[in-house]
Design a protein around this ligand. Structure first.
Ligand SMILES: Cc1cc2nc3c(=O)[nH]c(=O)nc-3n(C[C@H](O)[C@H](O)[C@H](O)COP(=O)(O)OP(=O)(O)OC[C@H]3O[C@@H](n4cnc5c(N)ncnc54)[C@H](O)[C@@H]3O)c2cc1C
Length: 382
């Protein structure tokens, strides 16, 4: 049989593409080939199992390299996603930071609803695509030594991050053999390893409401406040993940980088007032205990101006965390080889989701892009 469309990778973008294609072309034959034992494996654990699926501030300029994908965000992208969810009767709510979650608070409920909307003969599970060749049609070879033929293919295999959830980049070489190239790829939305292990070790496991400033060569690149979590040798928590998104983009663009982070542990307090009170306080140790956790007090108590150090504590970056724990990858298929989402090299070859050279901080943006790009491919393939 020759399929009209074969979708390699049944994650969020692949499944959204399939559902849209099925809706618009009920008589055409498509097949999803997925290497996991289930579809939508990554979505099922997203947002700590709650699935933060979009954001009220959805716009291309939130994304690294978003400029090249403006066309995905035309015509009210948030509406496009919400209408899709409405169609499948998935109720949702928005939190105070504009993040959308399913009303069930369960990513698995979305996963089940979407899987149940596909027929069993529309997808294959536990089968890995190991090669793609283009003759008149596309010939796809699997690890079970079977081949499948299709007029169009969508490569929605994710990127190089979190291989335990299925995306391992193992097909990238075959995509290169088809003539495509990739930009440098870095782990993103991940903890950041720092050099000051003597400090991180002592604060390991503690959370602080702080503001983080990312500098490169003494130029301020980005700042954000939120909950910071210390790991043994790294800064973690959503605020660090979001800083890592900017950092990954810096590394990718190969600016001669000397990045560092300044942490303001007392972001919401008035520095001058604190300093005055501290200088006038009889028991300076107790005064500091009234502001921050004892473990942090013990680190700064003998410094010349501990209040200044709480306001501006420098951490030198050693590296981003590893791919295996990164939520997304920064970098992907080179955009100039694409006409929209279709390959300029092979007509009928499409890409969607994380494999593309676009990524965003936390907040529902990465799933949103996977959904929107998948829907777009489902719409444009005849
Ligand atoms: C722990 C975690 C939490 C996250 N939380 C959020 C969140 O709350 N909000 C948000 O917006 N984003 C979140 N993300 C990011 C988001 O999940 C991804 O951006 C999104 O899943 C990308 O979808 P995709 O379809 O492009 O890729 P994927 O979801 O990675 O799907 C690709 C699929 O292709 C399959 N595949 C790969 N190679 C092959 C092959 N050779 N043959 C067959 N199949 C193959 C894989 O098994 C996988 O199922 C999170 C990511 C992680 C890791």
């Amino acid at each position: 049989m020759i399929y009209d469309l074969i979708i390699i990778g049944g994650g969020s973008s692949g499944v959204f593409a399939a559902l849209r294609y099925k809706e618009l072309h009920p008589n055409k034959k498509f097949l999803i080939i997925e290497s996991n034992k289930t579809l939508l494996r990554k979505l099922s654990v997203s947002g700590n199992g709650k699935c933060n699926f979009t954001n009220e501030c959805l716009d291309y300029n939130i994304y690294n390299n978003g400029d090249n994908f403006k066309f995905i965000f035309n015509n009210n992208p948030l509406d496009t996603i919400l209408s899709f969810f409405n169609k499948y009767n998935i109720k949702y709510y928005i939190d105070e930071e504009g993040r959308y979650y399913p009303y069930s608070n369960s990513a698995k409920s979305i996963q089940n609803i979407l899987i149940n909307s596909l027929d069993k003969d529309e997808y294959l599970l536990d089968i890995k695509v190991i090669d793609i060749k283009k003759y008149n049609n596309f010939i796809i070879k699997t690890n079970l030594d079977k081949t499948y033929e299709a007029k169009n293919i969508l490569v929605s295999i994710g990127n190089k991050n979190y291989k335990t959830l299925g995306s391992d980049g193992s097909l990238f070489n075959k995509i290169k053999e088809l003539g495509h190239t990739f930009t440098d790829i870095y782990p993103s939305n991940i903890y950041i390893k720092v050099q000051e292990k003597n400090i991180t070790n002592l604060l390991n496991g503690l959370r602080f409401k702080s503001r983080l400033y990312l500098y490169n060569d003494d130029k301020l690149i980005y700042n954000e406040s939120g909950e910071l979590l210390f790991k043994e040798d790294a800064l973690s928590g959503i605020v660090s993940f979001n800083i890592s998104s900017k950092l990954a983009y810096l590394y990718k663009n190969n600016l001669d980088n000397k990045p560092y982070i300044i942490i303001d542990f007392i972001n919401n307090l008035n520095y001058e007032k604190l300093l005055k009170e501290y200088n006038n306080s009889k028991n300076k140790y107790d005064y500091l205990l009234g502001i921050v956790h004892p473990s942090l007090v013990n680190i700064i108590k003998n410094n010349e101006n501990p209040i200044k150090d709480l306001k501006s504590c420098r951490f030198n970056i050693s590296s981003l965390g590893d791919f295996d724990h990164a939520q997304v990858s920064c970098g992907g298929i080179n955009t100039f080889e694409l006409n929209g989402l279709e390959s300029k090299i092979h007509k009928g070859l499409y890409f969607s989701g994380d494999i593309l050279d676009i990524d965003a901080p936390c907040g529902g943006y990465n799933l949103s892009f996977a959904f929107l790009s998948g829907l777009k491919v489902g719409e444009i393939i005849e």
